[in-house]
Ligand binder design. Structure first.
Ligand SMILES: [Zn+2]
Length: 344
């Protein structure tokens, strides 16, 4: 039977749901597969290996002399080893594919309960096991819950019970193993609209710079006394300490001074990998006859650029692009026409 979504049977009415649940319940109590004999009798070497592995130093498991003086009269197996005695090695048990468990699963699959997760296990012990005991395990479907909805999705809890019997067919222990067979929750709707890019912090000292970008002009700041061009913007010339300044229009071109490509952490408003560049902006256009007509260095993202082609020293042109309805920022675009490996 297929379990693709197009084949899912939908029990739309309470009666249909009840009929499905009733059919599921017919599997409760059925034995799964043939009784499984333990490949080895209970034995001291396997017990010793296990208690060494888990660091259990209780002498009743490993010291024959001390165990003999205990109420057990000799070595016993740790009760929690119960399942270990019947394990079938790396290949697991032989599977027939058409037993009650498989049929129950097909019934669950038919309603879309195709996912599975193990939820919990409980063991119950009737008596201690001694070396020489020979176990046989029988497995039954113990219970199937009504429909439940969890954080994973909607489905049914299915408990199987393994009963362990000794050579005289006396029950020595049981294990309940519970799984949740469920229909996974629908995936979250794809591609939420992208959140707006975080805006740079604007202050009295830099608002004019961002106003310039919104007008499509890349400005920097020049000292009105000594002519030094500077960026980022600030109230005082770091060279002559003058508070007088002019804004100067920068060239829309430059050279990559350095760059990183950010992968993590990822902010939802950006595309990744995200190139972040330090660009030496070419000298200002509007200040060319002044002293101190130096380059400034600006940080910006790159756009429309083959990341493998980013190299220090490559020429870029600057484009001023809208990042939201009220904000424009400069982006560096690798200038493929002038990049021949030379630096400026
Ligand atoms: Zn100055």
């Amino acid at each position: 039977m297929s379990n693709t979504t197009s084949d899912i049977i939908v029990d739309a009415t309470p009666e249909a749901k009840a009929a499905f649940f009733g059919e599921l319940q017919t599997y409760v109590g059925l034995e799964i597969g043939a009784p499984t004999p333990a490949p080895d009798e209970i034995n001291a070497p396997m017990i010793r290996h296990l208690v060494e592995a888990v660091g259990d130093k209780n002498p009743i498991y490993s010291n024959a002399d001390l165990a003999k003086q205990s109420i057990h009269g000799g070595i016993v197996a740790p009760p929690t080893m119960l399942q270990a005695w019947v394990m079938n090695g790396i290949d697991g048990p032989p599977r027939t594919g058409d037993g009650p468990y498989e049929k129950m699963n097909q019934l669950l699959f038919s309603r879309g309960f195709t996912s599975v997760v193990g939820t919990n296990s409980e063991q119950m012990y009737v008596r201690y096991l001694h070396p020489g005991d020979q176990l046989t395990m029988r497995t039954v479907i113990d219970s199937i819950s009504d429909e439940k909805t969890t954080g994973l999705g909607t489905g049914h809890f299915v408990s199987t019970r393994q009963d362990y019997y000794d050579a005289t067919n006396e029950l020595v222990g049981s294990m309940l193993f519970r799984i949740f067979r469920f229909q996974p929750k629908a995936k979250a709707p794809a591609a939420k609209p992208k959140t707006l890019r975080p805006r740079p912090a604007t202050t009295h000292d830099n608002q004019w710079y961002f106003d310039g970008l919104n007008d499509g002009v890349l400005y920097s700041q020049a000292c009105a006394e000594c002519g030094e061009v500077r960026f980022p913007t600030g109230p005082m010339c770091p060279t002559c300490h003058s508070l007088k300044w002019d804004k100067v229009e920068m060239s829309l071109s430059g050279t990559i001074h350095s760059f990183v490509i950010a992968h993590y952490p990822q902010v939802p408003s950006f595309d990744y990998p995200l190139p972040v560049l330090l660009v030496d902006i070419d000298p200002p256009i509007s200040h060319s006859d002044k002293p101190g007509n130096n380059k400034v260095r600006m940080i910006m993202n790159s756009a429309d650029t083959d990341l493998d082609a980013l190299v220090v020293g490559a020429r870029v042109r600057i484009e001023i692009r809208a990042t939201d309805p009220d904000m424009k920022l400069p982006f560096a675009i690798l200038d493929s026409t002038s990049n021949t490996g030379a630096t400026s």
